[in-house]
Design a protein around this ligand. Sequence first.
Ligand code: FE2
Length: 249
Amino acid sequence: MIFRQLFEPESGTYTYLIGCRDSGLAVLIDPVCEMVDRDLSVLQQLGLTLTYTLETHIHADHVTSACRLRSLTGCKIAYPEMDGLACADIAVNEMNPLSVGSLILRPLFTPGHTDAHHSYLIDRPDASRVFTGDALLIDGCGRTDFQNGDAGTLYRSIHEKLFTLPDDTLVYPAHDYKHRHVTTVAQERERNPRVGGGKTLEQFIEIMANLDLPYPKQIDVAVPANRLCGDCRDEDTAARDPSCRALQG
Ligand SMILES: [Fe+2]
């Protein structure tokens, strides 16, 4: 397995490249529009062919590069089926494991941050990895006050789908704002200040209700653009990222 953790500093987003050594095929989880050139050059350096992009959810803080990558490479676009996006080629659900060459990614339905959010598990004897999107972050979790989010639902997703994984499963989140890269299931179960350490459902709901977070500055642009798989035809999005203009028309 070939693995890269890639970072976009403006939104603090991690994109994950997972490649199969045998087949030379790769997937990008949660790619960011502004980082297309970087991602294509990493693929080229590693000698990998992008077979599809894969989203954990419809993001509110950045625009996906899925549509641009499909235009440039001919890859497919995978999104949670429940999001119902006409632009997606692959409808993701828990019933259908995804493959990248000989690698298997198991979708885990983890709603609460958004109502269709999925995490992805690569189960391997040496090191299992779970890509948790915004469901579970390092010492945190995604907010639950937009996009049909719900704190109780997120608590159950984390406890039933993520905290039940083996202790040493590596947890790779979609964001970190403090230069941390990875954590483990056991560490978050024991120490996550919002949802770990034996926090009850009621305590978690109380914590989430009192976060007092600002309105996400990109949400009004990013969500509509991402519902088009990041197709940057609307003027606001194109203005943010000149490279997206190539797609217009
Ligand atoms: Fe998010």
